[in-house]
Design a protein around this ligand. Structure first.
Ligand code: PHE
Length: 448
C-alpha cells in the first residue's frame, strides 16, 4: 500500500494547525463579537473558556486523529471497533463541507475587498460611496458568484498539492507573513491619536455588560476560532508523526490563535475609536466600518491592501483545512485519487456556496427555521454543529477509548515529563467537565 501523505517538519505542523485556527474567526468574527458584547469582560471569559475547556477538547481531537491515522469517517470506529461510531464520522465529514461553502462566500468578499484596496478605491472615494460598497457587493449576485468561485478554486488548488507539497508549504510561507502584517497594522493603529480609548475597551473589563448570552457567544466563538468539532484537527492530527509532542503542538496553536485574535482587536479597535465610530456595528465591522477608517487614515490606502491581504490569507488557510477533511475521506475511504477527490469536493462546496450567496438575492425568501440560508449556516456552525461534534469527541475520548491508550498517545508512551504530569487533570476535564459544560451551553441556545 502506498505510504499515506503527512507533514515533514515540526514547524510545518504548527503553522498548518495555526492556519486552520486563525481565520475569519479571528479577524472578522472576534472583533465584532467583542464590540457587541461589551469588550474586555467578554475577552476574559473567552480566554477562560479557551484554557479550561477548548484546549482539552483540541487535544482530544488530536489524540483521535493521531491514534487512528485515518480520515474522520472511520477514525472513531477504527479505534473503538464499533461501527456505530461511523454516524459521528459521517456528521464530521458533512459539517465542514456545509460550512466551507458559507465560509467561501465570505472568503470571496475578502478577495473582492483586496482588489478594491489594490485599486485604492478606499482612498479615492467619497465616504458615502464607501458606505454603500458593502451593500453594493452583497446585492450583486454576479460579483459574489465570481469571488466565491475564485476563492474555492484557490483552496482546491492548494489542497491538490497534497499535505506536505501543498498545504504545509503554503502555510509555512503564509502564516509568518500574516502574523507580521497584522502585528505591523496593530502597532500602527496604536500610534493614532485617540488609540487609547480602543485599548481600554479591549482590556478594561466592565462586568456589568456581561450576560449569559454573551458567555454563550464567547464559548461559541472559542469553538469556532479553534476549529473544534469539525474534524479538521483530527484530520491534520492523523498526518502527524508519532514522534511529535501533542501537548506542544496544541498549546502552540491555542496560544497563537488567541494572541492573533487580540492582535486583530488591537489593529481594529483603536482605529475605530479614533475616528469616533461605533464598535457595535456587528458583522459589517470589517467590511463596512474599517474601509471608512482606511479612507480617513494617513497611509490608509496601503494599510487597506495589507489588511485585506491578511484577511484573505487567514480565510484561505482555514478553508483549506475544511476542504482537506472531506478530501481525506474520499482518498482514504473511497480510494479515489487526490485530483478526483479535490474535484468532487470543489463541485459540491461550489454548488452549496452558490445557494448560500443566492440567499442575498433571489433566494432571500427561502427560510430554514426562520433564517435565510447564509444566516442559517452561520448560526448552525458555531451554535450547533461544532458543539455536537465536540461533544461526541469528548465522549469518545473520555468514555469509549481506553485510558491507557489515551495516556500512551498523549505522553508518547510515558516519555514526555510534562505530559505525564498534566495527564490526570486533562483526563478529568475531558471525561467529566467538558461534556457537562458543552451540554449546558448547547441547551442555552434554546432557552435564551
Ligand atoms: N477557525 C477558523 C476561523 O477562525 C474557522 C474554522 C472552523 C476552520 C472550523 C476550520 C474548521 O476562522
Amino acid at each position: 500500500m502506498a505510504k499515506r501523505d503527512g507533514f515533514v517538519s515540526r514547524f510545518g505542523v504548527l503553522v498548518t494547525l495555526a492556519g486552520s485556527a486563525v481565520g475569519l474567526g479571528n479577524l472578522w468574527r472576534f472583533p465584532y463579537l467583542v464590540g457587541q458584547n461589551g469588550g474586555a469582560a467578554f475577552i476574559l471569559i473567552y480566554i477562560l473558556f479557551v484554557i479550561f475547556l477548548c484546549f482539552p477538547i483540541f487535544i482530544s481531537e488530536f489524540i483521535i486523529g493521531r491514534r487512528s491515522q485515518t480520515d474522520v469517517f472511520t477514525a472513531f470506529s477504527k479505534i473503538s471497533g464499533d461501527s456505530r461510531w461511523n454516524i459521528v464520522g459521517a456528521l464530521t465529514v458533512l459539517s465542514p463541507l456545509l460550512i466551507l461553502s458559507y465560509y467561501s462566500v465570505i472568503g470571496g468578499w475578502s478577495v473582492n475587498y483586496l482588489f478594491k484596496a489594490v485599486n485604492f478605491e478606499f482612498t479615492n472615494t467619497a465616504p458615502e460611496q464607501i458606505e454603500s460598497m458593502f451593500t453594493g457587493l452583497i446585492s450583486s449576485v454576479d460579483s459574489m458568484f465570481l469571488y466565491h468561485t475564485l476563492f474555492i478554486l484557490a483552496t482546491a488548488v492548494v489542497v491538490l498539492g497534497g499535505v506536505k507539497g501543498g498545504i504545509e508549504k503554503f502555510s509555512k510561507i503564509m502564516m509568518p507573513a500574516l502574523f507580521l502584517i497584522m502585528l505591523a497594522i496593530a502597532l500602527y493603529s496604536l500610534t493614532l491619536e485617540n488609540a487609547w480609548a480602543g485599548v481600554e475597551f479591549l482590556f478594561r473589563p466592565d462586568f456589568s455588560k456581561l450576560t449569559i448570552k454573551s458567555c454563550a457567544a464567547a464559548l461559541g466563538q472559542a469553538f469556532f476560532s479553534l476549529s473544534l468539532g469539525f474534524g479538521t484537527i483530527l484530520t491534520y492530527g492523523s498526518y502527524v508523526s508519532k514522534k511529535e509532542n501533542i501537548l506542544f503542538q496544541s498549546s502552540g496553536t491555542v496560544v497563537f490563535d488567541t494572541l492573533f485574535a487580540l492582535i486583530a482587536g488591537l489593529a481594529i479597535m483603536p482605529a475605530v475609536f479614533n475616528y469616533g465610530l461605533s464598535p457595535q456595528e456587528g458583522p459589517g465591522l470589517v467590511f463596512h466600518t474599517l474601509p471608512y477608517v482606511f479612507s480617513q487614515m494617513p497611509a490608509g490606502g496601503a494599510i487597506a491592501v495589507f489588511f485585506f491581504l491578511a484577511l484573505f490569507v487567514a480565510a484561505i488557510t482555514s478553508s483549506i483545512s475544511m476542504f482537506e477533511v472531506v478530501v481525506a475521506y474520499f482518498v482514504d475511504e473511497k480510494k479515489l485519487s487526490r485530483i478526483l477527490s479535490c474535484l468532487i469536493v470543489f463541485i459540491i462546496a461550489w454548488l452549496i456556496g452558490i445557494l448560500c450567496l443566492l440567499s442575498f438575492g433571489p433566494l432571500a425568501d427561502l427560510k430554514i427555521f426562520g433564517l435565510n440560508i447564509f444566516d442559517f449556516l452561520d448560526k448552525t456552525s458555531s451554535n450547533f454543529l461544532m458543539t455536537i461534534g465536540s461533544f461526541c469527541v469528548v465522549i469518545f475520548v473520555g468514555w469509549k477509548m481506553k485510558k491507557s491508550d489515551i495516556y500512551d498517545e498523549f505522553t508518547n508512551g510515558g516519555t514526555l515529563r510534562w505530559n505525564v504530569r498534566l495527564f490526570g487533570i486533562l483526563y478529568f476535564i475531558i471525561r467529566y467537565l467538558a461534556p457537562v459544560v458543552i451540554t449546558l451551553v448547547f441547551l442555552s441556545n434554546f432557552i435564551l
